[in-house]
Design a protein around this ligand. Structure first.
Ligand SMILES: *Cc1c(COP(=O)(O)O)cnc(C)c1O
Length: 361
């Protein structure tokens, strides 16, 4: 069977070149006589893999020297607890912007450990936009401000970052890390589960400014303490070795594409192909205000559930899979992370045009 165009929100496509390289090295990682899956995490070979992954990530994201990179487990969902546990030692309060399902989860987890203020929300319009933020809205004595840079389910993204003054900005970047250029220095912490733009599920990348280490609440479990993982260079316990290896291959692939800026350009063109079609279609419509449209997740609707069902079914037969939308938005969603080839978008739009003609009233 040929490989399909997989529009899943996550886990999602990996670059074919990465999968081929991993396949070629599956039985024997060069010079080691064994698979990366079988290797000691304390071996010199794995040491080189994890250090190589960090060095490449630092290079492609231009991570400043006063930031640490951690490769953890537990997904972005564990970060919802880990961030407050580690930063509420500064002050037991934080400001949150509620832009959808994942923000809400981060909020409810942080509430267990301190005072949480929701300073802005877009819930009034089913999270179809990013609320306007202004420096006066933030509590200058808060430990941090939390945002979700790209809202995977609702299909929105921040076009500009809020000015939080001296309060560290913490970002859940799970679904758009490495898809567009960010200045890491604008953040206190960036975290991202791997399974959208980095690697298979299993590793969570945390980028943290050094001065934010060592502020954890006393109840913080060892495995949830950033300082422990920073001191042990992500090897306090057995890390997700194979995922880190794939992450390294993906970082290398991004570098080969010309870096994050080059990948961003391709992503903008890819997204534009679908948005332009949606803006001109009589059958399909995007659900997000134009200025906050995501480059990674594009939800859209048709006139009714029957058409949704027929479309999703026929698309799958034609090799475009996982286009069903999230139940909170309905309709369809095309997730088009870095590894989705541009050709996938062109072919999807050709298919949608034909579908529209065939099913026009
Ligand atoms: C997928 C996703 C999560 C959840 O990630 P897990 O690794 O499954 O915990 C959190 N936030 C955002 C923005 C996501 O896209």
């Amino acid at each position: 069977m040929a490989r399909v165009y997989n529009f899943s929100a996550g886990p999602s496509m990996l670059p074919e070149a990465v999968l081929k390289k991993a396949a070629a090295e599956l039985l024997e990682y060069p010079g080691s006589g064994q698979s990366v899956m079988e290797m000691s995490h304390r071996s010199p070979e794995f040491q080189a893999i994890i250090e190589g992954a960090e060095a490449l990530l630092r290079e492609i994201m231009k991570i400043p020297a006063n930031y640490r990179v951690l490769f953890l487990q537990g997904g972005a969902s564990s970060q919802f607890a880990m961030v407050p546990l580690n930063l509420f030692g500064i002050a037991p309060r934080a400001d949150f912007v509620n832009t959808g399902t994942w923000s809400k989860k981060a909020i409810s987890e942080a509430k267990r450990y301190g005072t949480v203020r929701i300073i802005a929300t877009s819930e009034d319009k089913n999270f179809s936009y990013i609320p306007k933020l202004d420096r006066a809205m933030f509590d200058p004595s808060a430990a941090y401000v939390h945002i979700t840079t790209n809202n995977t389910i609702e299909g929105t993204r921040y076009r500009e970052l809020p000015d939080t003054g001296a309060v560290p900005l913490v970002a859940d970047m799970s679904s758009n890390i490495l898809s567009e250029v960010y200045d890491v220095a604008e953040f206190g912490i960036i975290y991202a589960g791997a399974q959208k733009n980095i690697a298979p599920a299993g590793v969570t990348v945390v980028i943290i400014r050094e001065d934010l280490l060592g502020k954890a609440l006393p109840i913080t479990p060892t495995m949830f303490n950033y300082k422990i993982h920073a001191d042990e260079k992500s090897l306090y316990n057995t890390p997700p070795c194979y995922c880190i290896y794939i992450a390294r291959l993906v970082f290398e692939w991004i570098k080969q594409q010309g870096g994050v800026a080059a990948v961003q350009k391709i992503n903008e063109q890819k997204a534009q192909v679908l948005y332009e079609f949606l803006d001109n279609s009589k059958m399909f419509k995007g659900t997000v205000v134009p200025q906050n449209r995501s480059l990674m997740n594009i939800p859209f609707t048709s006139p009714g559930e029957d058409i949704d069902k027929l479309f999703i079914k026929e698309a799958a037969v034609a090799g475009f899979v996982n286009l069903k939308g999230h139940r909170s938005v309905g309709g369809m969603r095309a997730s088009i992370y870095n590894a989705m080839p541009a050709e996938g978008l062109k072919k999807l739009v050709d298919f949608m045009k034909k579908f529209e003609t065939n099913n026009a009233k």
